[in-house]
Each structure stands twice: as C-alpha cells, then as structure tokens.
Design a protein around this ligand. Structure first.
Ligand SMILES: NC(=O)C1=CN([C@@H]2O[C@H](COP(=O)(O)OP(=O)(O)OC[C@H]3O[C@@H](n4cnc5c(N)ncnc54)[C@H](OP(=O)(O)O)[C@@H]3O)[C@@H](O)[C@H]2O)[C@H](O)CC1
Ligand SMILES: Cc1cc2nc3c(=O)[nH]c(=O)nc-3n(C[C@H](O)[C@H](O)[C@H](O)COP(=O)(O)O)c2cc1C
Ligand SMILES: Cc1ncc(COP(=O)(O)O)c(C=O)c1O
Ligand SMILES: [K+]
Length: 472
C-alpha cells in the first residue's frame, strides 16, 4: 500500500448537478413558497463553508484567511463564513470592494467590524497574496455569474491565478477555497479556457452546479443542509446524506493521503507533578470529568487488552461503567474471547484516548468478576433491547448471517413482551480491574510529552502511590 490511503467519501457519480437556471429557480422557490428568508439561507450556507474549511484546514496551521467577497449573495456567504471562522479560531481579513447597501449586507459588515476583522481595499492587498495568507476564500461570484469578470474582480482573479502558477517552487502556498462556483468559471461549462483559478476546495451549496464536474481539486464538499423534500423531489436531487449533525459532507473523489506524513503536533498546558492528586483514582476522575465537559463522545470508551495462556494479546473497545477505589468496571459476555482469555490469565490493561484534549490514560492490573448482584443490577438498568441483545449474542462465536440474530431477537421480544424482568444470562456480567499501574499522558510539542506514572508502594506497612515521571 506504500503509505497511501483513500479516505471515505460519497461516490461523485451518484450526486446530481444543477444548471444555472435550476439553481436560480430553487433559490426562488426556497425564498418564495417555501418560506425561507435570504438571511437564513446565507447564514446556513456560510456556516457550511466555515465547517468544511475547519474539517480540512486546521486553524493551528491555516490561521490567516482572506475572504474576497463579490457583489452578490456569494459575497454574502463569504462574509458569514468569515464570521464563523473567526469564532472557530481563525484570523480572517475581508476584501469587499463592491458593497451592497441592503441591510442584510451592512449588518454582516457591522458584525465583522465588531469582531475587529480588518477590511482591506483592493489597493491595500499585499502584492503577493501567497506570503500573507494561509487560506484565500473565493466568495467573488456564485451561480449568477455571466460573461467575463469586470473590474476590479478581473484583476483579483488574475492574481489568484498567477499566485498559483508562480508558486510552484514555494514550500507552502495558501489554499484557495471557492464557495459554490470557482469564480470566473462558467456556471455550467466550467473552466472553458483552462486558464481559470484552480481551487483546492470547492464547497457546493444546495447541490453542485454543472461546472463542478470539472473540479478536480482534492476537497469537494456539499453544504447548505436546508433542502426540503419538495425541492429534492421536484428537481430529482440525489444528494449524499450528511453525517450526524454536520453542516457539510465530503463528496467527489476521495483525497489520497500519505499516511507517513500524517501527524499532529500536540499543544497543551504542561502537566506537573505538583498539580496531580496523590490518589490516581481521584486524578482519573478529574480528567474523566474534563473529558465529559469537553463534549467528547463516549469518554468512557476504553481499549481492553487481554492475553490467554498462549500469551498472545488481543484488544477491543469496551465501555467503562464504574470506577472507584476498588477499580475499573465493564460488562461483557464471560464466554467471549476476552472472557476466555481472562479465565486463563486474569491480567489486563485498559487504555483511554481523549483526542481533543491530547490525553491518554493507561491502566494495568488484575481482573476479577464483579458480584452477581452487581451484574444483575447493572443488567436490568440497560435498555430492554440491549438486554435481549445480550441473550441473543453468543459473543465471539460464528453466526451464519445477520438474519439469524434478528430472528432470535424477534422471538425473544415476543417471549418477554409481558414479562417485567428479563432474566440475565449467567454468562453475562461485569469485570473489575484493580490497578497496579496508572499512567497519565499529556501530549506536548516536539513529542516532549508529560507522562506521570503511579505505582503502589509499601511504606511502613501502608500502601501509598509513588509517582514518577517517564521519558516521553
Ligand atoms: N440556494 C442556495 O444554494 C443559496 C446560495 N446562496 C449563494 O448565492 C449565490 C448566488 O447569488 P447571486 O446573488 O444570485 O449571484 P452571485 O453571487 O453570483 O453574484 C451576482 C452579482 O455578481 C455580478 N456579476 C455577474 N457576472 C459578473 C461579471 N462577469 N463581472 C462582474 N460582476 C458580475 C452581478 O451583477 P450583474 O450586473 O452582472 O447582474 C451581481 O451583482 C450562490 O452561488 C450561493 O453562493 C445564498 O447565499 C443562499 C442560498
Ligand atoms: C466503543 C465501543 C464500546 C464497546 N463496549 C463494549 C462493552 O462494554 N462490552 C462488550 O462486551 N463489548 C463492547 N464492545 C464490542 C467489543 O469491542 C468487542 O467487539 C466484543 O466485546 C467482542 O470482543 P472479544 O471477541 O474480544 O471478546 C464495544 C465496542 C466499541 C467500538
Ligand atoms: C456487545 C456490547 N455489550 C455491552 C456493551 C456495553 O454497553 P451498554 O451496557 O451501555 O450497552 C456494548 C457497548 O457498545 C456492546 O457493544
Ligand atoms: K465563488
């Protein structure tokens, strides 16, 4: 595979493309019979653009954004995107040479001014855009563009084109992100002369316009998550599903990534011996609460590693369901692979990784089953479906097909429909790992991470936790 990986994204051939007329018609319908206001749509469009940028170009690396805004709604999208980018931690600058006196636009300008976002005239722009900015946000023209670009936009577009050409020797040149249409391109025919701008990212709104078929840059996103079913049906729109609550979705050819070049530089507050709790469980609870407060999804997910008598380790994720001075608890099937391994060798290790906090916690120790009462109590606290699921699943054994599980599930659902208490299978229950080692890892720059390790020690017949710092 030579370090190359194709990341997931939707199949571009399954997405619909709009003509210029369709795009304008949809706009009119949204803002007419469908009850939207232009302010609303522009806010959602600009937010989609900002979130698409944040998905690919992290503020830590691509901080300085020049939003070049044109006279129409595409320019308005750029103003909104710049405001959101400001709040995401970027440093936006705006070039907005042909302003519209409508209250919507003057409001957007006032909002940016109140954030002290600088507005630059065309004359103020540095001669070489490539040294001053990390992202050039092309919000010049959208789907109403026609003919050839008129001043002052013709010159601005030439500078964007020239910058990309003369920059091939530079180490890091800014990326161009186009909103809806790469400005200067024909809305349907695309880059007719072949001399137009070559954006690195295109954020199509509502649905890609026909010109987007010619976009071959690495990042094609779709935004504008506001299309109601009547529009999708009327225009026979095939659009990819948006993941979760995201405002954007990656479409088009999946970018090639060089795995060997993938790395993050961790920037965190330093983590000192003086500030940690003498009790590692209390320290764990502190970090756990911080992980939850930071909004991490499943902060209680941990990798559990076990090895049976053959000494060959295996890992899988499980959910932490309790922690106190006695140890770390999770629930599972005692006859699963992990269950069999733990019956042969009652030692295991747990690992938490809280990515956005640059934190890892590693726990090692001996494992025993929790009491049957504890397992009963937990089992009956679970949703009914999960209780039935636990009965159905002979975890880690081979099943002939998904339908077998569904069939058994339905039978049990029927069987227990009028039953108050679904009996817990005997082979289902909890384990508790009693720690003999806990290490707290805080990622730092240049790989000089903080690692504080706790191990129990006997002092005057009393067990205390000794804390040492380990080399990163
Ligand atoms: N439903 C959606 O997806 C939404 C998309 N939004 C965004 O809106 C644009 C379309 O906005 P619109 O205002 O219709 O069009 P433009 O942004 O392309 O700008 C039109 C202005 O540009 C002038 N223009 C056109 N051609 C030229 C040219 N060759 N040189 C200079 N100026 C030009 C035009 O002036 P004219 O006098 O020529 O008519 C207009 O002033 C869409 O692409 C999305 O980005 C909405 O924000 C939300 C809904
Ligand atoms: C986030 C996450 C949490 C999980 N939590 C549990 C759990 O608490 N208990 C469990 O038995 N399996 C859990 N699983 C499934 C296990 O990872 C694993 O597939 C299953 O327990 C079988 O493992 P084994 O064959 O090694 O015993 C979880 C999986 C994920 C991705
Ligand atoms: C098979 C299995 N069992 C148990 C669990 C533990 O979670 P819960 O008890 O919250 O269902 C999970 C969680 O993903 C799981 O996948
Ligand atoms: K544009």
């Amino acid at each position: 595979m030579a370090g190359r990986l194709e990341s997931c994204s939707s199949d571009p051939s399954s997405v619909s493309y709009l003509t210029q007329r369709e795009a304008a018609e949809i706009d009119e319908e949204l803002m007419g019979p469908l009850g939207f206001s232009v302010d609303q749509l522009m806010e959602l469009a600009g937010l989609s653009v900002a979130t698409s940028i944040a998905e690919v170009y992290k503020a830590s690396e691509y901080k300085r954004v020049l939003a070049i805004c044109g006279p129409g709604n595409n320019g308005g999208d750029g103003l909104v995107a710049a405001r959101h980018l400001f709040h995401f931690g970027y440093k936006p600058y705006i070039c907005y040479p042909k302003r519209t006196p409508k209250p919507l636009y003057t409001g957007l300008v006032t909002q940016l001014e109140s954030l002290r976002v600088p507005f630059l005239s065309v004359e103020d722009l540095p001669p070489d855009l490539s040294t001053e900015y990390d992202i050039l946000l092309d919000a010049v023209f959208g789907f109403s563009f026609h003919g050839a670009a008129r001043p002052p936009f013709d010159d601005i577009l030439r500078r964007l084109i020239g910058m990309r050409k003369s920059d091939q020797t530079n180490k890091k040149s800014p990326v161009i992100v186009s909103i809806d249409i790469p400005s200067g391109w024909h809305v349907e025919e695309g880059d007719i002369s072949g001399e137009g701008i070559k954006p690195d990212m295109l954020v199509s709104l509502t649905a890609p316009k026909l010109c987007a078929k010619q976009f071959h840059g690495p990042h094609h996103f779709l935004g504008g998550r506001f299309v109601p079913p009547p529009i999708a049906e009327k225009y026979n729109l095939r659009l990819p599903p948006y993941p979760g609550a995201s405002m954007c979705v990656h479409i088009g050819k999946a970018p090639q990534v060089d795995i060997s070049a993938m790395r993050e530089n961790y920037i965190s507050p330093e983590f000192h011996e003086e500030e940690v709790d003498a009790d590692p469980i209390k320290q764990f609870c502190k970090w756990f609460e911080e992980a939850v407060a930071a909004g991490l999804r499943e902060a209680n997910a941990m990798a559990l590693s076990t090895a049976g008598k053959d000494g060959k380790p295996s890992s899988r994720m499980v959910l932490l369901k309790g922690v106190d001075e006695d140890g770390f608890v999770w629930y599972t099937n005692y006859e699963s692979q992990k269950g069999c391994q733990l019956s042969e060798n009652p030692w295991a290790s747990l690992l938490f990784y809280w990515e956005s906090l640059n934190r890892q916690v590693r726990v090692e120790g001996s494992v025993e089953k929790v009491s049957n009462e504890e397992s009963e109590k937990y089992f009956h606290s679970r949703p009914h479906g999960s209780q039935i699921g636990a009965i159905v699943s002979k975890q880690s054994s081979i099943v002939p097909g998904r339908q077998v599980l569904h069939q058994q599930y339905r039978e049990l659902e029927e069987k227990f429909s009028n039953v108050n208490l679904i009996p817990k299978p005997e082979h289902w229950g909890g384990y508790r790992l009693k720690p003999e080692l806990i290490e707290f890892w805080q990622g730092q720059q240049s790989r000089l991470h903080d690692r504080l390790q706790y191990r129990p020690q006997e002092i005057d017949g009393r067990q205390v936790w000794k804390i040492v710092r380990l080399a990163p």
